[in-house]
Design a protein around this ligand. Structure first.
Ligand code: GLC
Length: 755
């Protein structure tokens, strides 16, 4: 054989060898391929049964991949405030791992109270790093159901009463999460606004209220944040369970909004074979029975989207295209998360996560009251907050160290436990008492009294504490109050059943466990009383006028005590603003006038009779004075708003500009809010709220500093949902633009003429 032939033969063998050594990587495994290429290629390789296996749970919190093809399973976990501890593979009980403690971030209502989009992005980034580190692909959250009633047991997991605020905060949260290759599963879609009868209640709501109030946050998540999955809710709409509701899921979510991700059922929310197959459900989780099988006899193969669905496909009762469409959505979610080459490794319990937790808590705490009051024997009156060292010493009688009494179970009780599926196992859980001691133990003699007891977080019953025990605790606190120069009461709601907890609503608009009476008696003994409350919902405050200061904290998570102490001491200036209206009386909420049919419903039918007039849309338009209005929150400094001016960008876009100045002595943040309503006297086709939130900007100002603030408005912001044309409609004529510090505190306004 000639030399050239030998060289050629060697080269050919070499190529052949390299071809054999270079493994054929199928496209669906090629990290360079696009998600869509990988989805289509995976489908081509899969059997019908493998496609069906993708569509339902294989354990409590995972769904199957395709083991034969090396396609990963989807690992999901709760919840919106942190990565839940590991549960057993097939049971709701804790797996009792020793490496799954996490950072408990503040509740989403606290995040909403920051009115800070950057904080929402920070939140999403940090929480998804913890999810990724725990090997999770889908975060079951955020929750963004609108707070129409202060009785809703899960309101603490949501973003308040206004659709624009909820949308503006949920978009950066989702972006922050998904940038790390973890998917959000936004919930609960839709109309899950109460826990009473949550599995069976059928929500009757007008098309306009649906579009203007209850859907916008979800629409923004799909259209602006590109959310990768959405969780269908338990309740019904138009008589059909939302987790497989053709009109809601195939009609609005997928066809109208263009949602390309997976619709995941809430756990045990799928109830019917045919509806699960045809009603827009892609991934069935948590089902526990069908018409015949229950308990251990019911297996994953019995899920509605398992054997029953496969049978319908094989018998030709449903087209293969329907199976492929569902499989595509689940595969897309897998390639975006579990098999995303850019997915972060993440980390847990890092100091930057604790810092994010603290900063969100500090910015979410709302200062509701800060009256001037005199120290005993002194003429000069001053506000109690910020409780600086000099203020504290000025309160001391007889020149000794001031005596600070801290009263209340929430000063020591962990509020990251309980509450339902959002419950967290934490390594760090700084209590308010610990946080305050860290700041004040060298400045004052600190004494603690529990004051009241609430029992333990029990999910299916209220744990009643006997009157004798409550009386004993109260007397101890009142006795100690007699010797105190200053009182800090720390109470409010907690994560017990019938408080802020899943699967049950509140029983009363009042604080429980005798707190109202205790606060009033403490105030009688010592008027220098700071009240600090935790909780996801507004509540009645019969003692308000007797207290000097009031801070509401929502739930602050792992750094609760540190965040609270930083605000009380003035290390941080409070800048939170209410995402919900605090009514004076329960009866003032708009739906109450319509009786039980409007809440909690009668015979599993609930009617949203207040229509679009939810929250401040009711109070402000109908002149019902709230205790504290939507968007309200005090600061330790003051702000001056300059005259707003209107800048027209084009026929459909405008800017409202104004100067904001910090006129106080301390650095502080202010959220400037833009509301819009029809100009007085303008005719409108429909009744419209006097004003509705359309934009907001939060600025940080040094003492004396002025910043130019620009708020944005588009023609879409002027629209209402027209039920005749089933679309948005913008009316011509004049609109009033309000620049405000709260929904009630208008600092300037101007007229916009829409031609
Ligand atoms: C629960 C909740 C849902 C949670 C899911 C998994 O019932 O409604 O928010 O993510 O089940 O725990």
């Amino acid at each position: 054989m000639k030399r050239t032939q030998i060289l050629l033969l060697t080269a050919l063998i070499g190529c052949g060898a390299s071809a054999q050594t270079k493994r054929e990587v199928p496209l669906y495994l090629d990290p360079q391929a696009t998600v869509e290429q990988r989805v289509e290629d995976a489908l081509r390789h899969m059997t019908t049964h493998e496609k069906v296996e993708l569509l339902h749970a294989q354990s409590k919190f995972t769904s199957a991949g395709v083991p034969r093809l090396g396609i990963r399973q989807l690992n999901m976990d709760d919840g919106p405030h942190g990565v839940r501890e590991e549960l057993e593979w097939n049971a709701w009980s804790a797996a009792r791992w020793t490496n799954d403690s996490c950072v408990a971030f503040p509740s989403l209502t606290c995040l909403a109270a920051t009115w800070n989009r950057e904080r929402a992005q920070d939140y999403g980034n940090a929480i998804s790093e913890e999810f990724a580190y725990r090997g999770k692909d889908l975060l079951l959250g955020p929750g963004a159901n609108i707070q129409r009633t202060p009785m809703n047991g899960r309101a603490f997991e949501y973003l308040g009463e206004d659709p624009r605020l909820a949308a503006e905060m949920v978009v950066p949260y989702i972006e922050g999460v998904q940038a790390n290759g973890v998917g959000c599963c936004m919930k609960h879609f839709a109309l899950n606004n109460q826990e009473t009868d949550r599995f069976t209640v059928d929500v009757n709501v007008s098309e306009r209220a649906m579009r203007e109030i209850y859907l916008p946050a979800f629409e923004a998540a799909v259209k602006r944040a590109g959310v990768w999955s959405i969780m269908g809710s338990y309740n019904l709409w138009l008589g059909v369970h939302c987790s497989h509701n053709d009109s809601l899921l195939n009609g609005i979510l997928k066809r109208e909004w263009g949602f390309d991700g997976a619709l995941v059922s809430d756990w045990d929310a799928a109830v019917d074979d045919w509806q699960s197959a045809t009603g827009g459900l892609d991934l069935e989780m948590g089902t526990s029975r069908n018409g015949t099988l229950t308990g251990n006899r019911f297996t994953y193969a019995d899920y509605h989207l398992a054997r029953p669905f496969e049978r319908m496909i094989r018998e030709g009762r449903l087209p293969m295209s329907l199976l492929d469409e569902k499989a595509r959505r689940v595969l897309r979610t897998i390639f975006r998360t579990a098999m995303n080459p850019q997915k972060t490794t993440g980390k847990m319990c890092s100091e930057d996560h604790y810092r994010t937790c603290r900063e969100i808590g500090e910015e979410g705490i709302v200062l509701l009251r800060n009256e001037r009051c005199a120290a005993k024997g002194r003429k000069r009156e001053m506000p109690l907050l910020p409780l600086t060292a000099e203020r504290l010493s000025a309160l001391a009688l007889g020149g000794g160290r001031p005596r600070l009494l801290i009263v209340g179970e929430n000063a020591t009780r962990s509020l990251t436990k309980g509450g339902g599926s959002s419950e967290l196992k934490t390594r760090r859980d700084v209590s308010p008492l610990e946080g305050l001691k860290t700041v004040y133990e060298d400045l004052a003699d600190i004494v603690y009294a529990q004051g009241y007891e609430s029992g333990q977080a029990i999910y299916d019953k209220v744990d009643v504490v006997g009157l004798e025990r409550q009386t004993k605790l109260r007397q101890e606190a009142l006795e100690k109050a007699k010797d105190a120069d200053l009182l800090i009461f720390i109470g409010g709601m907690n994560k017990n059943h019938r408080q802020d907890c899943e699967n049950g609503d509140r029983e009363t608009y009042d604080l429980s466990f005798g707190q109202n009476e205790l606060i009033a008696e403490l105030a009688r003994i010592q008027p220098r009383l700071i009240v600090v409350t935790f909780g996801g919902n507004p509540y009645a405050m019969p003692w308000l006028e007797q207290t000097a200061a009031l801070l509401h904290c929502w739930y602050l998570g792992s750094e609760a005590g540190t965040a609270l102490a930083n605000i009380v001491s003035g290390r941080m200036c409070p800048s939170g603003k209410l995402p919900v209206t605090f009514a004076r009386r329960y009866e003032d909420y708009p739906y109450v006038q319509y009786g039980a049919a409007a809440y909690p419903g009668v015979d599993r039918q609930v009617y949203y009779k207040e229509d679009i007039f939810v929250g401040y849309r009711h109070f402000d338009t109908r002149g019902v004075r709230p205790l504290f209005p939507f968007g309200y929150g005090l600061s330790y400094t003051t702000f001056r708003y300059g005259e707003p001016s209107l800048k027209t960008l084009d026929d459909d876009r405008w800017e409202v500009c104004l100067d904001v100045t910090n006129t106080g002595q301390r650095e502080g943040r202010e959220t400037v809010q833009l509301y819009v309503g029809r100009e007085a006297g303008e005719k409108s086709l429909v009744e419209r709220p006097r004003k509705e939130l359309k934009d907001f900007v939060k600025v940080n100002l040094q003492p004396g500093e002025t910043q130019r603030v620009t708020l944005h408005l588009s023609a879409d912001d002027l629209a209402f949902w027209d039920v005749e044309s089933h679309g948005w409609k913008v009316e011509r004529g004049a609109y009033r633009l309000y620049v405000a510090s709260s929904s009630e505190d208008v600092r300037g306004s101007l007229v916009l003429k829409r031609n």
